[in-house]
Design a protein around this ligand. Structure first.
Ligand SMILES: [Zn+2]
Length: 173
C-alpha cells in the first residue's frame, strides 16, 4: 500500500507500507529549490488506509496496525513518532491518494527525468552511429554488386563484360 498527499504550499508527502515498515518521503517545495527527506518506522502492517491530519504545527499521520494506532508527526525538518497525539478530530483531514508502489520514494525524483533525457539523447546518437554502420554495410554490398555473376551459369564475370565468358549468356550491366 502506498499513498501520496498534497500538503498545499508545504510540499508533497508519500507514504508506503513496505514489509513491516512505514516509509515516509517528504518533498518540501521552497521557491527555487526542492528539499526531500525520507524516514522509515517499524510500525507493523497497516490494517487500513492511514489518515492524515493538518495541525497548526505540522501534520499527523495516524496509522492503524496490529500494534494498535500509531502517530507520526511531520514537520518542516523532522518526521518523528509521537506517543499521544492531540485530539485529532478537531483538525481537518487531508486526502491520501493511492499511488503505485514503484512510482514513489525516489528522493531525487525531479532529477530522474533529466537523467533519462540524457540517456535517450545518448540512445539517439547511438542510433545515428548505427545508421552509419548500416551505410557501411551498403557500401560493402555495392562492391559485391560490382562483382558480376552470370545469371545463367553462375560463373563470375569480369567488370565490363557484356557476355558470360563461360556460357555466352548476355549479362545485365
Ligand atoms: Zn554463364
Amino acid at each position: 500500500m502506498a499513498y501520496s498527499a498534497n500538503l498545499g504550499g508545504y510540499g508533497q508527502l508519500a507514504i508506503a507500507n513496505i514489509g513491516k515498515q512505514t516509509q515516509i518521503n517528504l518533498s518540501i517545495s521552497i521557491p527555487g529549490q526542492q528539499q526531500s527527506q525520507s524516514s522509515s518506522f517499524s510500525t507493523g502492517n497497516w490494517l487500513s488506509k492511514p489518515k492524515l491530519f493538518q495541525l497548526e504545527q505540522g501534520f499527523v499521520l495516524e496509522i492503524n496496525t496490529n500494534q494498535n494506532s500509531q502517530y507520526i508527526l511531520i514537520q518542516q525538518n523532522s518526521i518523528s513518532t509521537i506517543e499521544s497525539p492531540p485530539e485529532l478530530n478537531r483538525y481537518p483531514q487531508i486526502d491520501l491518494t493511492a499511488i503505485a508502489q514503484e512510482s514513489n520514494f525516489e528522493p531525487m525524483q525531479p532529477m530522474q527525468p533529466l537523467k533519462m533525457g540524457n540517456m535517450s539523447m545518448n540512445l539517439n546518437s547511438m542510433s545515428m552511429q548505427m545508421g552509419n554502420m548500416s551505410m557501411g554495410f551498403n557500401n560493402q554490398s555495392k562492391t559485391s554488386i560490382n562483382k558480376q555473376f552470370c545469371s545463367q551459369c553462375g560463373k563470375e564475370a569480369q567488370l565490363g563484360d557484356r557476355f558470360c565468358r563461360s556460357c555466352g549468356h548476355e549479362l545485365n550491366q
